[in-house]
Design a binder for this molecule. Structure first.
Ligand code: GRF
Length: 244
């Protein structure tokens, strides 16, 4: 029996798609995406879940008490026997009782190098606008455990992405999102495998990290991702156009 995983998202769900695509290429993975949850009834992520024959649930949060949302969320997660939760662009704060029930079994991906450029209100293009306004030369996604505050839990994995001269928030977001699609499925897979065995996941070290760290200063990271990373993992280097 594989470990049931839930993905929470408010929008497009291209990270969900990346997780599903990655999962489809694995040989008998001991985990599966069992449930997709969104606080937005018309979110594309729900369509993606249904298209993949996954239970997809709209769970409204706006204007409701945190206690009600927590109760409904926990009922939903328990009824699907969810063992691990991945937030992927979910814009609501996870209620404390849900955090407590899934401590170290719930992660989030953020499109900047936390602890910089995170926290309440820091989502979507605002993150990339802030990175550019600060004059940062490197950005990139962070995967972290979820705690009671936005973007604050312990960091699990980060991946550097260069900021280029002439970038605008959209070009930067696109470059970061491509890396998210490489990073997040691998973190979910590592957690899924460990938790399916009843173990704590080992510290995450993305394949190719040493290569990237070694050559970060001089190598075009996109080329490195396409060539080095894909060669090491057999991963598709390019997202399919449907994800974004
Ligand atoms: C991603 O940039 C992720 O880092 C952030 O929200 C965005 C979600 O994108 N938390 P998508 O819905 O997966 O396309």
């Amino acid at each position: 029996m594989s470990l049931p995983v839930a993905v929470f998202a408010s929008g497009s769900g291209s990270n969900l798609q990346a997780i599903l695509d990655y999962h489809a290429g694995l040989d008998a993975p001991p985990w599966r995406v069992e449930l997709v949850v969104s606080d937005q009834e018309d979110a594309k992520v729900l369509q993606r879940g249904r298209h993949a024959a996954i239970r997809a649930r709209f769970l409204p949060a706006a204007g409701r008490s945190s206690g009600d949302v927590a109760g409904e969320t926990l009922d939903l997660l328990r009824s699907s026997e969810i063992g691990f939760v991945a937030l992927a662009g979910y814009l609501r704060l996870i209620p404390a009782p849900v955090v407590a029930a899934f401590r170290e079994r719930m992660v989030n991906i953020h499109p900047a190098l936390l602890p910089a450029f995170g926290g309440k209100g820091m989502y979507g293009m605002r993150v990339h606008e802030a990175v550019l306004a600060a004059g940062a030369t490197v950005t990139g996604p962070t995967v972290h455990f979820v705690d009671e505050e936005y973007d604050r839990g312990p960091i699990i994995a980060q991946w550097p992405v260069p900021v280029r001269a002439g970038d605008d928030p959209h070009t930067l977001a696109t470059r970061v999102l491509r890396v998210e699609h490489l990073l997040y499925p691998r973190v979910v897979d590592q957690f899924g495998r460990a938790l399916a065995r009843g173990c704590r996941p080992a510290p995450f070290s993305p394949p190719g990290t040493a290569f990237l760290a070694h050559s970060r200063a001089t190598v075009d990271l996109e080329r490195a991702i396409s060539a080095g990373f894909a060669a090491r993992t057999g991963a598709a280097a390019h997202g399919n156009g449907e994800r974004t």
